[in-house]
Design a protein. Structure first.
Lengths: 1026, 365
């Protein structure tokens, strides 16, 4: 009942010639929603038909409105035979279902055919009239807003963060149904596209319902994924963070009552949360296995044969260093704090947050990365309505993550994400996040009586270093780590290295610039089936994680940095190999100790190849020196370290450093361990890096030499370029207007079958490095420029193929200002007075209040932020960039004269120099493209090139039709490419998502509201008229 | 180990002007990479040959995909597939429709037919322009020809609007279309010394003075402005009227009178006066015979060769300077106005105006 959908078909243009005889087309259009279909008249003999149809009206349930797309099919009328389809347009009408977003969808849409690609364009107007739903038993969740953005969206403030929402729906894959044998590839592709569109609609609706149940009105950090499980079915799953968002109207006085709402739903499956703490055996370097039996069924009553599951020993990354040190004065305050906050969060089943950046004061401490992987054998989904098996799998993984976080003394997981890798019947499920302690103030409903409790529980950590302070108990450390007093405030202990999956907090004090750090790894495995295969994979996984971790650590040291942000580890499974790719952004946190150098040592002190070793040592030292220069790492001079503290650490190192267990990698005859002053090797050490703690690489066989070479192979980006995989680039904030989003795909065929692991590693590393080199070269006209949000995805589509897909954005910045700023920054930050910061009521969003502005300006140490209007600075605050954006007020390039709206796209949540004034809704599109004339389309590269260009075009067209001019938080979540060159065939599936927005240049804010409104309706009007 | 697939797609389409030019010039990917390497682009951004190859392939693919749109440039502005800033669109179009003077010189005045297209490999060998580039240029000529053939209105303006070209390029295309339509002979050995730009200038003169459209411009009736082929075909009426000019050489008195007027005006003003005096009758006969024969299509085709044979060559052998030529033609034209019995002043001016400026342009080594 409660909705009327209206659609009008206006015109077409650039249609393909369907009638060879006349070189023309007799086009008409079918408009379908649910089971209702309307048709336009035939517009004879025209490639640019004007239908100007009546309004087609569909009266439908709002449940259907959420699930179903509007389907528009353009056909060529044929009197004697069946009408030929020209192509289709699917329009997701979800953005019309909540009042603040778009009011009309109107514009030119590319007509898409899964075999021929884009074939002309069609002009359509769509409107929805919603009747007020009088709160019956709701199956729909109209009105819940969805955001892909992983921070609180600009122009909103969160009054409440409710927490984790997840849902998955399963179905049979049409591609694998019996009917697929007799229908055309086009019909099959369209069935699949439609099904996935329906499923994501349903998924979104169900998540929306959960949000409504929790009392929220929005999902932030919405992450939806497809698992193409082949024979066993199709899974669409999504996670997100439920929030209550308030739209900021200009000049509105913000309400500071922002708090987290504990989801009171009790942990439902008590049996599903196994307590594993007892079984933990520490790996070296702060990696800890939490699991020891390789075959493991969590739910007690599982049929092993059908539902084979292997839970893999998972690792926790945090601080590095095997010498454990324990400051003995574990504060009782700290324990109290933990108890207090934990109770609030422990009530929820999963205290997870998909957000990666937070308002200042929200994040108190970060423990480290927690991750869990599990190898599963897929079986057929028998009953799509009860996707319990898949639910249970994820439940299990999440429980594991939760217990890892608890082991780190943390009550929450932030920057949380989930992924899968599927090869035939084997599936690796992965989840990772960052264990963290959140501000207890946000945990309590009502956010009341701050006064009395705060004094007791307030953590006296300044925001610039507070999050680095360890959350776990020093007496009862979850893994061996090396702790020192914070180099900033000296009050709390910090680890020597910090790994996280979140973005660098905007208030963090850093020295120099960040850079992309990648660890890459290939491992061959034997081809096998079923359980043997799954076991083999799960046996390999811990070694891979260990190696990746070691590589990351070495590369971090080589760049003289001490923290990783945005860490994302992907392990991809193929028939005969596993690929591991870890990407993160390295940065020097001034709160953490300076990293030691890397020390090369022979197997025995009097090694024959001493000369060789010293030459390698020299190269490493040179590289470190060069990198320091390159990334401008000049940490502020330390305040004199308390000699007692120093002594204490050293003594402990001497005691415990030796005893650190280094388990399995011994047989690989290679050692990584930390080295302390008290060691025997002291005499050989080159202490030029000035730190007490050097990293020792022992060389005793060719493998180790190879490894060191590969370590050094990573070329730094050419002059004028920086790169990172996070939202904000540490050390650069003064962006100018140049923005270029791109997607690149490269597939490598391994020719000879007898490759070694070492050889494969080299190939894989070269592949990634060459890709980066290509990007630098292609984007050289943008120098000085930074590649942000570099997102690498690896896959093994076939036995001898390696596929790497990259999406990123290149942004230009102002070189002059950066230098001046980096010079002043550390000094300012170093002299921060911390305590005051938290006295201000901090809210969970981009609010403006005078105190916040002060805070912001103090943090960043930039004077000019005080003289910007409150509104601007407040809006900036929710994005990690503060200083730069108000400075680079250059407007975006305007492409006047063209009838096509320019739509900018970026994987980031913001656009430089541009303010988002309205979120129009989520873009979530799935396309299949197939060809049976691969050679004619320019081979595989030509085929994929045009497909990606088409996907971009369709995204832009949908955004423009919503009245928007940009897509933020854009991502290509799936790019599955299959080819059969012998048959001249190829097929590709692409899934993209993002947030459609209206944004305006920050220079003309005043006219913002009016232009936006007229722009939208006016744009629709003119589009309709043309 | 080999790269099976390698693509890079930007939201704003990335195009390197240098690579575009190489593509237009018909270089293969490998040759283009070689040229780029020699050009020193490798030093920027520490690129390797592989990087260059990958980039070149990407760009070539992009250009190939764009080529379809470039065939009807108006589409480029409202297509959705590639997001290209307008100034880049203009560059793409302008460069795509640019041509080599050496190539166009070879096909100027020829029928834009399949037969001519078959000869392109010979032309390619002769001019050093790659066959691929020859084909593109030839197809461009043909495409423009076909489109404007069906359009009414002024030729240059039509080309400019339909193909979004600059004024200069649109005028050059108008010349090419005009030459192809009237099949002017330009390939004879005696005409080899003339460049495309010489001919383009002459074509411009002919279009703006001798066609139907040329009259239309001065006509009061604006609807007259929209006649089909008005700029492509010569004004038949005018060609008929040209026959009347014959009186200047058939009437002995008139001829003598004309000569004495010219000679009086020229005497003492040039070193080659004696030669002028002796060859006056020959030259005058030459020019007027050309005019009188223009009703024959065949003779229209020979217009330029006739100008060279009947006028330019004799003058050149008498060592006239360009200034001499100018002086002579000015007085030759003006003196006819003073002849009382000569009634065809308007036709005379229309004819001589064009001939004069054509000869000025063509009178060089």
């Amino acid at each position: 009942m409660p909705g009327k959908l209206k659609a009008k078909i206006v015109a077409g243009r650039h249609l393909p010639v369907m009638d060879r005889a006349s070189d023309l087309t007799d086009a008409f259009v079918e408009v379908k929603f649910g089971n209702t279909t309307f048709k336009t008249d035939v517009c004879p003999k025209s490639l640019n038909p004007q239908w100007n149809s009546e309004w087609f009206k569909f009266e439908v349930d709002d449940e259907d409105l959420q699930d179903e797309p509007l389907q528009i099919t353009v056909l060529d009328h044929d009197t004697y035979s069946a009408n030929d389809a020209i192509g289709k347009v699917y329009i997701d009408i979800d953005p019309l279902l909540y009042s603040e977003a778009a009011s009309v969808i109107s514009g030119w849409f590319p007509i898409y055919d899964t075999i021929h690609g884009i074939r002309g364009e069609i002009n359509v107007i769509v409107k929805v009239e919603l009747f007020n739903d009088l709160n019956r038993f709701r199956q729909s969740s109209c009105g819940v807003k969805f955001f892909c953005t992983t921070c609180i969206p600009q122009c909103y403030r969160a009054t409440l963060v409710h927490g984790f929402v997840e849902e998955l729906v399963v179905n049979e894959d049409p591609e694998y149904q019996w009917i697929d044998r007799i229908r055309t590839p086009r019909a099959s592709n369209e069935a699949r596209q439609r099904l996935i569109s329906l499923m994501s609609g349903e998924l979104q609706r169900k998540i929306g319902l959960k949000v409504l149940e929790m009392g929220g009105n929005a999902v932030v950090g919405y992450l939806q994924c497809f698992d193409l499980e082949g024979e066993s079915g199709l899974v669409v799953r999504a996670i997100g963070t439920a929030c209550t968002l308030d739209k900021l109207s200009s000049g509105s006085a913000p309400n500071t009552n922002t708090h987290m709402h504990p989801n009171t739903a009790p942990a439902s499956n008590a049996c599903n949360s196994p307590s594993k703490d007892g079984k933990e055996s520490p790996l070296a370097h702060g990696c800890r296995s939490t699991h020891n039996s390789p075959v493991h069924s969590v739910c007690s009553s599982q049929r092993l044969s059908q539902n084979f599951s292997v839970s893999v020993p998972t690792l926790i990354f945090t601080g590095m260093g095997s010498g454990g040190s324990a400051g003995k004065e574990a504060g009782p305050l700290r324990t109290l704090l933990r108890q207090q906050t934990q109770t609030a969060l422990e009530q929820r089943e999963f205290p997870f947050f998909t957000l990666t950046s937070f308002p200042p004061g929200f994040l108190l401490h970060v423990g480290g990365v927690v991750s869990a992987r599990s190898v599963k054998l897929l079986d057929r989904i028998h009953n799509p309505d009860e996707p319990e098996t898949r639910d249970a799998w994820w439940e299990e993984i999440r429980q594991e993550i939760k217990s890892h976080a608890r082991a780190l003394g943390c009550h929450a997981v932030v920057g949380y994400s989930e992924s899968t890798s599927i090869c035939e019947e084997v599936c690796i499920l992965s989840a990772s996040g960052t264990a963290a302690i959140l501000n207890p103030r946000y945990m309590r409903e009502g956010c009341l009586d701050i006064g009395c409790t705060d004094h007791r529980f307030e953590d006296p950590s300044p925001p610039s270093c507070g999050f680095c302070h360890i959350p776990y108990d020093e007496l009862n450390m979850p893994f061996p780590a090396q702790l020192t007093y914070c180099y900033h405030c000296r009050r709390q202990k910090v680890p020597d290295v910090l790994f996280t999956t979140i973005d660098l907090p905007s208030e963090a004090a850093v020295a120099g610039k960040g850079c992309l750090i990648q660890a890459r790894l290939c491992r061959l495995k034997k081809k096998a089936q079923g359980e043997t295969n799954a076991t083999a994979i799960s046996n390999l996984l811990p070694f891979m994680e260990y190696e990746l971790h070691t590589q990351l650590m070495n590369k971090l040291k080589l760049r003289s940095m001490n923290a990783l942000f945005g860490l994302h580890i992907q392990i991809s499974v193929g028939e005969n190999m596993l690929l591991g790719l870890a990407s993160a952004t390295g940065v020097y946190l001034t709160a953490l100790p300076a990293p030691g150098g890397i020390q090369i040592a022979g197997k025995t002190p009097g090694d024959l190849s001493n000369e060789h070793i010293s030459s390698i040592q020299k190269r490493i030292n040179d590289t470190i020196a060069v990198n320091k220069e390159l990334y401008q790492i000049n940490p502020p001079k330390l305040f004199a370290l308390d000699p007692e503290v120093f002594c204490g650490i050293n003594m402990e190192l001497a005691e415990e450093g030796v005893g650190s267990p280094i388990p399995e990698p011994r047989h690989r005859s290679r050692l990584f361990r930390s080295h302390s002053e008290s060691s025997d090797e002291l005499s050989e050490l080159d202490l030029s890096h000035g730190k007490k703690d050097a990293f020792v690489l022992e060389i005793d066989d060719t493998d180790a030499v190879e490894d060191i070479h590969s370590l050094l192979i990573d070329a730094p980006p050419p002059t004028g370029f920086y790169s990172c995989n996070t939202e904000n680039m540490p050390g650069i904030s003064n962006w100018t207007s140049g923005v270029q989003m791109f997607t690149s795909v490269r597939v490598l065929r391994l020719s000879n079958a007898n490759l070694t692991n070492q050889g494969l590693n080299k190939i894989f590393t070269d592949l990634c490095e060459n890709l980066l080199k290509s990007f630098y070269f292609k984007l050289r006209s943008m120098i000085p420029c930074c590649l942000c949000h570099l997102n690498f995805t690896v896959a093994v589509p076939e036995e001898e193929l390696i596929q790497v897909t990259v999406t990123a954005v290149a942004m230009t910045y102002d070189k002059e200002q950066t230098q001046e700023k980096t010079a002043e920054k550390p000094v300012n930050k170093g002299s921060l007075e911390a305590e005051e910061q938290l006295q201000f009521p901090l809210e969970l969003c981009a609010d403006s209040s005078s105190s916040n502005i002060q805070t912001a300006s103090k943090i960043s140490g930039v004077a000019e932020s005080t003289n910007i209007s409150p509104r601007v600075s407040s809006l900036e605050r929710c994005s990690p960039l503060q200083e730069g954006r108000s400075r680079s007020l250059r407007s975006s390039r305007s492409f006047g004269g063209s009838s096509v709206t320019v739509v900018k796209m970026t994987p980031l949540s913001f656009l430089p120099g541009i303010r988002i004034i309205k979120y129009l809704g989520i873009i979530n599109m799935f396309f299949i493209r197939e060809t049976t004339s691969l050679r004619e389309e320019g081979g595989v590269s030509g085929f994929l090139h045009s497909f990606i260009a088409e996907v971009f075009a369709m995204v832009r067209a949908h955004v423009a039709a919503l009245g928007g001019n940009a897509v933020v938080s854009y991502s290509m979540k799936e790019c599955v490419f299959m080819e059969n060159p012998n048959k001249n065939q190829a097929q590709c599936l692409i899934n993209v998502s993002g947030d459609a927005v209206i944004c305006i240049s920050e220079t003309d804010q005043e006219s913002s509201a009016s232009t936006a409104n007229t722009g939208q309706t006016g744009g629709g009007g003119t589009d309709g008229a043309t | 180990m080999s790269v099976e697939l390698d693509v890079f797609v930007g939201n704003t389409t990335i195009m390197d002007e240098e690579v575009y030019q190489l593509w237009l010039d018909g270089y293969t990917v490998n040759d283009a990479v070689k040229v780029r390497m020699e050009g020193g682009v490798m030093d920027e951004c520490e690129a390797s040959k592989d990087v260059l190859l990958s980039d070149t392939m990407d760009q070539y693919r992009t250009f190939q995909m764009c080529e379809r749109l470039l065939h009807s440039p108006a589409k480029l502005a409202n297509q959705l597939l590639f997001q290209i800033p307008p100034h880049r669109q203009i560059m793409l179009i302008e460069r795509y429709y640019a041509f080599d003077d050496t190539f166009v010189r070879e096909v100027l005045g020829k029928k834009l037919s399949k037969g001519t297209k078959k000869d392109l490999d010979d032309i390619s060998a002769k001019t050093g322009v790659t066959l691929k580039s020859c084909r593109r240029q030839f197809d461009n000529f043909k495409r423009v020809f076909k489109v404007v053939e069906e359009l009414k209105g002024p030729l240059v303006e039509n080309i400019r609007q339909h193909f979004l070209l600059s004024d200069k390029l649109a005028r050059d295309y108008a010349a090419i279309v005009f030459f192809a339509n009237n099949r002017f002979e330009t390939g004879k050995r005696k005409l080899q010394y003339l460049s495309f730009q010489d001919f383009a200038f002459c074509a411009g003169q002919l279009i703006s003075n001798w066609t139907v459209g040329a009259v239309g411009e001065s006509s009061i009736d604006p609807s007259y402005n929209m006649v089909e082929d008005m700029d492509v075909d010569l004004d038949k009426e005018f060609l008929q009227e040209l026959k009347e000019l014959k009186i200047l050489i058939t009437d002995k008195d008139l001829l003598d009178q004309h000569k004495s007027l010219v000679c009086t005006a020229l005497r003492g003003k040039t070193k080659v006066f004696p030669e002028m005096e002796t060859s006056f009758k020959n030259l005058s006969r030459g020019l007027i015979n050309i005019a009188a024969k223009l009703t024959n299509t065949k003779d229209v085709r020979d217009f330029f060769i006739d100008l060279v044979e009947k006028f330019i060559e004799p003058c050149r052998s008498d060592r006239w300077t360009a200034a001499d030529m100018k002086l002579y033609l000015t007085h030759y034209t003006n003196s006819a106005h003073i002849l009382d019995t000569f009634k065809h002043q308007v036709v005379w001016d229309r004819y001589m105006g064009v001939v004069k400026s054509c000869i000025f342009k063509m009178y060089h080594d």
